[in-house]
Design a protein around this ligand. Structure first.
Ligand code: EPU
Length: 340
């Protein structure tokens, strides 16, 4: 375990933005988490777990808390007849988990290739892309309670996964230390998503999990900014889920607007499409922060951008969307240090 004071958080985030943490601890074991809890209590600071920093906005002034970087990265693959359990320390890079699964030829997370962050963060967020989500393969996660130190195993039935949400997101005192996924030997290629169907038509091989992961990374490379273009946390907002009546009214007003019916009868509408076609906001900028030209749901921060610039841009977009559609946007990216 390492402990330091006034550590700049920007390098620990994919936005490359944010001031210092009052205290910063890197943890490699559950005992380190206990030691960090004690340290936080001793200093009367909130304990703020940090994964890959790929879905957070850290304020420019930093955070008056004890940031606990989850750095356990052990990985085990346990085979049985038809499935393989992937057992990982919560700090394992999500892409390393995908690569390990693809190297073994097992299926289940290949459509989620290329998503930054850690496997622990992936479970909190229930990451999803190209027709798959983490919930599809989740078996259980082990947690340590940041307040009491209690150890709990949360299985699939209790993980309460939804669109970019989970039990872990709603119960912040549970710090995930281990994530277990159940992957499948038999091919279950999931290529219904438009971008993948197009790749298949173009002759891209999509038989093995490694081939699918490769194709997904190529698709993502066309939609997301490269490192040299600036920092990003991917989609900044969630796609709005609204009543079918409201979706119908909007679709009548904005011809061609994609609407995705949900199991419960609600409708998910594409915010990228609205920002592009209804509001013409591709490339819209505030200072050094802008909505990415090729995917306006993504905010890109040029070198030197501040959290305040991102915040101003985000509020501006929220107001414009509300004025045009009556929809109150929900953010996918969280303000770090401000917890419910
Ligand atoms: N679109 C436009 N103009 C654009 C870009 C997209 O009209 O400039 C339209 C597309 O034509 C498409 C629709 O918007 O009809 C949706 O676009 P896309 O397929 O890129 O997906 P998304 O709904 O915008 C979601 C996830 C992404 C994930 C992609 C791919 C959320 C908030 N975002 O984006 O996840 O990679 O699907 O499955 O659900 C993330 O969570 O950080 C993230 C990047």
């Amino acid at each position: 375990m390492s402990i330091a004071e006034d550590v700049l958080l920007a390098p620990f985030t994919t936005f490359k933005i944010g001031g210092p943490a009052r205290v910063f601890i890197e943890s490699y074991t559950e005992e380190d988490v206990d030691a960090a809890r004690d340290e936080a209590a001793r200093r009367a600071l909130p304990l703020l777990p940090l994964g890959g920093g790929s879905n957070i906005l850290v304020p420019d002034e930093g955070v008056e808390g004890l940031v606990l970087k989850i750095a356990f990265r052990d990985l085990m693959l346990e085979k049985d007849r038809d499935t393989t359990l992937l057992v990982a320390g919560a700090g394992l890079s999500w892409n390393d988990a995908v690569d390990a699964a693809c190297a073994l030829g097992v299926f289940g997370i290949e459509n989620l290739a290329g998503i930054p962050g850690t496997i622990g963060g992936a479970a909190v967020q229930n990451i999803g892309a190209y027709g798959a989500e983490l919930a599809d393969v989740f078996e259980y996660a082990d947690t340590v309670d940041g307040a009491t130190g209690a150890r709990t195993r949360i299985d699939r039935a209790h993980a309460a996964f939804g669109y970019r949400t989970s039990f872990f997101k709603e119960h912040r005192t549970h710090i995930i230390t281990r994530v277990v996924l159940r992957l499948h030997k038999r091919a279950s290629p999931n290529i219904g998503y438009a971008d993948l169907a197009q790749a298949q038509e173009a002759g891209v091989p999509l038989e093995t999990s490694a081939q699918v992961a490769h194709a997904i990374r190529a698709i993502r490379a066309r939609k997301f900014p490269r490192d040299s273009e600036g920092g990003t946390a991917g989609s900044f907002f969630k796609n709005p889920i609204i009543s079918p009546e409201r979706a119908e009214t909007l679709a009548a007003r904005y011809a061609g607007m994609p609407v995705f019916p949900q199991e419960n009868g609600d409708a998910k509408v594409s915010l990228a499409w609205l920002l592009d076609h209804a509001l013409a906001l591709r490339g819209y900028a505030v200072g050094r922060a802008r909505l990415y030209e090729r995917q306006p749901l993504v905010i890109v921060a040029r070198a030197g951008a501040t959290a305040a610039e991102i915040e101003t841009l985000a509020c501006d977009v929220e107001e414009r969307v509300f004025a045009a559609t009556g929809i109150t946007l929900e953010r996918e990216v969280e303000r770090f240090g401000l917890r419910k």
